[in-house]
Design a protein around this ligand. Structure first.
Ligand code: GAR
Length: 219
């Protein structure tokens, strides 16, 4: 069997996306190995998740570093020492410097809880509600030097429902995040992602053209 793709998963909090990746690997549905989990918060629950599954982990508390580049230099050292081939940002709430990005060209991906390019940044579920969109969702994308601006690999759409709060919408989106992030990593592991400028082609995908409508059309 070919060597397993080595992942470095970066977290800042709960790590439920990390958990979905762990679960898919343990189920045999994703041919990859998590070589290292890094958190910039010592108390992140995701560290407990990693520990439960015997996954190596490192805490790099950003407060201990003089500036972003010093943090990123150490981050790079940790990931390279672990042999990481794909950097997976899973609720990692820090912006990476160009220095770090250059070390992993087209090998850093992120998940964002909105349908990019709408609602980049933070507190995006509340922003989607405030704007009054009928759909939101989540996006897995390559990381470039902008904030949530890199080429899009996969998106999932969820409806915004009457009575939604930021919390209920976030929970509906998170459920889909847990499906599309392992899927995107699987595409990567299988060498099926071709990037042409901003457009990402996934080899071997059948197109489907069903439209979604919310509220649904009258029959
Ligand atoms: C997820 O909703 C993820 O999309 C979001 O943080 C949450 C982390 O949850 N990431 C961002 O907003 C990045 N800009 P998790 O720690 O349970 O995976």
């Amino acid at each position: 069997m070919a060597d397993l793709l080595k992942l470095g998963v970066l977290i800042s909090g709960s790590g439920s996306n990390l958990q979905s990746i762990i679960d898919q690997i343990e189920r045999g549905a994703l041919n990859a190995k998590i070589a290292m989990v890094v958190s910039n918060h010592p108390e992140a629950y995701g560290l407990t998740r990693a520990q439960k599954h015997g996954i190596p982990q490192t805490v790099l508390n950003h407060r201990d570093f003089e500036n972003r580049e010093a943090f990123d230099r150490e981050l790079l050292r940790v990931l390279q020492t672990a042999g990481v081939e794909l950097v997976v940002l899973a609720g990692f709430m820090r912006i990476l410097t160009p220095f770090f990005l250059r070390a992993f060209p087209d090998r850093i991906i992120n998940i964002h809880p909105a349908l990019l390019p709408s609602f980049p940044g933070t507190h995006v579920q509340q922003k989607a509600l405030d704007y009054g969109v009928r759909f939101s969702g989540c996006t897995v994308h390559f990381v470039d030097e902008g904030v949530d601006t890199g080429p899009i690999i996969i998106q999932a759409v969820v409806p915004v429902l009457d009575g939604d709060t930021a919390e209920t919408l976030a929970a509906r989106i998170l459920k889909e995040e847990h499906k599309i992030y392992p899927q995107a990593i699987r595409y990567f592991a299988e060498g099926r992602i071709v990037k042409n400028g901003r457009r990402v082609e996934i080899k071997g995908i059948g197109n489907h053209d069903a439209a979604l409508c919310n509220p649904p059309l009258d029959r």
